[in-house]
Design a protein around this ligand. Sequence first.
Ligand SMILES: [Fe+2]
Length: 268
Amino acid sequence: MTFSTNNEWTKYLSEFDWNRTEPYDPKELLSMMYKVVENGFYGTNHPLAISWLAGELSKEELQFMGIQEYWYFRCTVWWNAGKVLHCPDLEDQRLLLGPLAEEAGIGDEPHEKQFIRYLQGIGVDMETVFSTGVLPQTITCVDEFYNLNSYGKLVESLAANNLVAEIMRPKQYPLVLESYRKNYTWVPDDALVFFRTHSEADIEHAEIGEKLFLKYAKSMEAQQLAWSALTRSLAARWCLYDGILQYIKKKNSPLLPLWRAFPVIGDV
Ligand SMILES: [Fe+2]
């Protein structure tokens, strides 16, 4: 028996040659990665995202999705801090500190607070977030990013975050905003600041990612690490949406209680 898929994402992901000894030209590798990301990014390709953008989700479904996604978005300071931690060069550390400060809200509203504002706009308070519980897929996804950014090399963080999310948010979130304007008109406009922020700020963040990637992804080892991180990042995001979609359809997935500081343990 053979199992196959006509998924473009699979096709482009298999273009990387793991047996190669001479590294790719980093620019060539970058364009190979972008083809994968365009076709495998959960926010524009997953069936749940397609329904979201088409305005097909009910209020309750949007609320459930927002509760699960909170656990990822509350961690973006850590994702960015991991890059600074693993960056060998002061000049590049300074570049990475900009997005880190923006995430943490130095000079503006922290991005986590912007997401909480969105949750409030769709009728979800934080007590509900914490009492609802978390899908196993949400935990696995958040843990994957926490581990990747805590223990990986800089190229892995760049490949998993900048070259995936920050490349695609300026494409995805304008579509999200348009969908709210057309389809989810009950959501107040000032609750959507999170999506507006990332439609714009991530253009610059992605440019930083590209610049550093071209500098640091020169050896074959670095390129293999980057390709594995890209695969892991896309897979973890896909699982997050698979979990949400399965719950929405069948309502039989376990919802697990979590401590508030997940994925770290507080007070130790
Ligand atoms: Fe952010």
